[in-house]
Design a protein around this ligand. Structure first.
Ligand code: ADP
Ligand code: ZN
Length: 300
């Protein structure tokens, strides 16, 4: 079966066609411009690809409540033109196939549990640290949504004693995304994060912030594994610092065997950057399967 996958990001759209075995057969990138033109370019690309379903992993916030009038919409994004955009409806109408939909980070964690190192695990988190910070949450074998979807990038943190910089989240002076995203690092130090390899203090502060968030996620959700991705993790020195800082903050309180081996517990992504697109394939496959059973159209 041929399945479409769309990783919808604020700067680019990655479109792919693959199958239910997780093989990507072809792909393309389309820059994210105005919604009408961008969606038209994508539907044109998918139109003759003979896909049975499409899965979309999308930047947010998005509406994932099936019963909502605005299910499948991008809701309140500051991205010009994209607020209140019916992205799922646009693809359904243009392609006439079932469309699976979730956050970009939920797609990434789904990719890792379906095809990557987290196969067989039931409770796994995926944190991306890039232009923004987002948390994908897979709990008891299912992607978690709750009232909206997790916004683990906006957890509030205790300040590093040496950090006097004000933060850049318009909503929270001390949240993870505002203090630790790639652009936050660049603003704090006056240089892109990629050029700060030798600034030890920068990475000590970064690890302190990420580790605080991980400590809180671990205490609340007790995940079996935490996967870190995103551009900032290209800094190879960061992951070991995050592991040791998380262990320090947990301070031996949780007597779980998984926490004895932090190298296996807090890990980088395992699919060569394809965790998101493979998760989108799986979202498409799952939606196709639900559709066969008539689950979402009132026939069940
Ligand atoms: P996005 O979050 O936009 O989907 P990425 O996860 O690739 O995409 O994140 C891009 C951000 O990651 C850049 O804005 C930059 O701040 C940061 N980044 C990219 N490469 C590096 C690097 N080598 N070292 C540190 N930070 C990086
Ligand atoms: Zn915030």
């Amino acid at each position: 079966m041929r399945i479409g996958a769309l990783e919808a990001g604020g700067t680019k759209m990655v479109c792919a066609v693959g199958n239910e075995r997780g093989e990507v057969l072809e792909r393309t990138r389309i820059p994210t411009g105005a919604p009408a033109e961008t969606i038209a370019a994508m539907t044109d690309w998918f139109r003759d690809k003979k896909i049975a379903a499409l899965g979309i992993g999308c930047f947010g916030p998005i509406d994932l409540r099936r019963a909502s009038k605005t299910y499948g919409y991008i809701t309140t994004t500051p991205k010009p033109g994209w607020a209140h955009c019916d992205i799922v409806g646009a693809f359904r109408r243009a392609l006439g196939v079932p469309v699976g939909f979730d956050t970009d980070v939920n797609a990434s964690v789904l990719g890792e549990v379906t095809y990557g190192q987290a196969r067989g695990l039931q409770t796994v988190l995926y944190l991306t640290v890039g232009t923004g910070i987002g948390l994908g949450v897979y709990v008891n074998g299912q992607l978690h949504h709750g009232i909206l979807h997790p916004e683990g990038g906006h957890v509030l943190l205790r300040r590093h004693p040496h950090d006097r910089w004000q933060g850049r989240c318009p909503y929270h002076p001390d949240c993870l995304e505002g203090l630790a995203s790639g652009p936050a690092i660049e603003e704090r130090w006056g240089k892109p994060a990629a050029l700060l390899v030798d600034r030890e203090e920068a990475w000590a502060i970064e690890a302190y912030y990420i580790a605080q968030a991980l400590t809180d996620y671990i205490c609340v959700l007790a995940p079996e594994q935490i996967i870190l991705g995103g551009g900032v993790l290209h800094q190879r020195q960061l992951l070991p610092l995050v592991r040791s800082e998380t262990a320090r903050l947990l301070n031996g309180y949780l007597a779980a065997e998984a926490l004895q081996d932090m190298d296996a517990y807090i890990v980088g992504e395992s699919l060569g950057g394809d965790q998101g697109i493979l998760g989108c394939l799986e979202l498409g496959r799952m939606e196709w399967e639900q559709n066969q059973k008539g689950v979402h159209d009132g026939r069940a």
